[in-house]
Design a protein around this ligand. Sequence first.
Ligand code: UT7
Length: 325
Amino acid sequence: MRRYSRITGTGSYLPPRRVTNADLVAELAQSGIQTSDEWIVERTGIRARHFAAPDVTSSDLALEAARKALEAAGCQPQDIDLIIVATSTPDMVFPSTACILQNKLGANGCPAFDVQAVCSGFVYALTVADAMIQSGAARRALVVGAEVFSRILDFKDRTTCVLFGDGAGAVVLEASETPGILASELHADGRYVDILCVPGGVSGGEVLGHPLLKMDGQAVFKLAVGVLDKAARATLAKANLTDADIDWLIPHQANIRIMQSTARKLKLSMDKVVVTVDQHGNTSAASIPLALDHAVRTGQVQKGETLLLEGVGGGFTWGAVLLKL
Ligand code: UT7
């Protein structure tokens, strides 16, 4: 009998400081940067985002989200035998945020590692956890997306700083005889490293290069709308399903226009798309599990429904996971 993995609990956490477009417009104006609520809403659909306090790290946000997911799954940290954290804003260069989270949870002993695939990170991490569960290497995994993107934003660059926010989302993924994750697709194309990157690092104890986010928004936009549709179709084909079988699309929450385009291509009405970008902004690897948990807790998505999760981001990376909740 085939061994599947199933999501048995979800959780999420947003830091308390909510920054509306009006708040951000006023803050940026103080340093001479002009933007407006109208521009941000029209181009992106974003109305607000959350920013973590200066002493709060990705593992702090991950811990809150993980506790809620564990509670929803009815299990204890000690029951977890694999921890994967997707993040591009780790607490330290090393050790991994997953190891730091493991210690905070008191789940020491099991394998713990980070996945770095920027905004596709959660889809990558979920696919790796699914493969490890299918192979028998793990039985119950904690998969988290956690980001403090506010730390890598250039608040002098209005083309990027209005887009992102902080937060975390988590799922417990367990071995199961019933599906579960049905199929997934992961891709990367390193030719596009430069269109979305933080071109800095640490060398000889010094920051080398530019340690803040840079993006060619239009190039990312064009690539994103092309690859998401292909990934969705390939994932559906692997599971012998069609777009008509999708109950809910839960895309990476970067821009409402990218989501509308993907939905249109899949012949899905926007009523079938989970949208949180308006309230969360783009939280990179955290955006999909945040949207999933929001949809589960508000009763928008129901057990037994078929969900298509899709991520796209720096690398260039993209992928999709099709699952039965
Ligand atoms: O999670 C990773 C994935 N990232 C994404 O998905 C981002 C994908 N890209 C996008 O979402 C869009 O390209 C953006 C939202 C980043 C930009 O929207 P756009 O429609 O592509 O705008 P644009 O770059 O063509 O800029 C249009 C105008 C420019 O002015 P001019 O040259 O027409 O006079 C910009 O200078 O908007 C101006 N502009 C702004 N104006 C007010 C750029 N940023 C701002 C701003 N406020 N914050």
